[in-house]
Design a protein around this ligand. Sequence first.
Ligand SMILES: C[S@@+](CC[C@H](N)C(=O)[O-])C[C@H]1O[C@@H](n2cnc3c(N)ncnc32)[C@H](O)[C@@H]1O
Length: 250
Amino acid sequence: MTDKPENTTHFGFETVPEGEKAGRVQGVFSSVASKYDIMNDVMSVGIHRVWKDAMMDWLAPRPGQRLLDVAGGTGDISFRFLKRAGHGHSTVLDITESMLVEGRKRAEAERMSDSLDWVVGDAMALPFESNTFDVYTISFGIRNVTRPQEALNEAYRVLKPGGRLMVLEFSQLPNPMMQAAYDAYSFNVIPQMGQLIAGDRDSYQYLVESIRNFPDQDTFLDMVRKAGFGNAKYRNLSLGIAALHSGWKL
Ligand SMILES: C[S@@+](CC[C@H](N)C(=O)[O-])C[C@H]1O[C@@H](n2cnc3c(N)ncnc32)[C@H](O)[C@@H]1O
């Protein structure tokens, strides 16, 4: 009798057994956790802030809402959400504990600890009851998940009826010349910056490779619909360098 071959997936441009990916992703984010926030500002020249604000504009948080911020890392999305909502609660879930540790420090510094919970877990198997949250966000997280469709299915399960999904992720530029210019920047500059600022070239090489492997806007929109979301739409940010996908549990 032969063993069933294990399914494979991408880890950047490498093909790896599915069972290995989460551990390797954790390795990347454990390594960058203490420099994560500063690197985001440097690599994107601050533009990630504009994209996250655009996410909040479309999401329009309301007082009292309960957010689940998956792959929430150091809590960037949750802090923005809670400030816009006025009051509410966010559960930040992430597979890498050291990212959450950085987030907790930020929450203490900003005196927001009472509005936040920090949970170690996997987007593909959320440790929450069905129909629990008003809003589910995942920002620059879903391309790291081994099987993104399973994460979207889980998002649908844990949202209350009437709840909202919003995904912020790197995406594809519609014009091949622009894509080539953007690739030249990302493949040549970002790993070097990672080396210079965080002393870690490989993690940032993974980052740029993982961006190139992620499905384009329309393919991802189909995945959102397949998970069950209604009124699903997307908006490009910076011409498609990133995109927001929105859907509702109707
Ligand atoms: C690029 S960071 C994004 C952090 C934050 N959401 C932001 O926008 O700044 C990606 C995060 O996804 C987390 N992650 C990767 N795979 C995950 C999974 N399967 N389940 C939960 N979190 C995951 C990583 O640990 C990391 O903290």
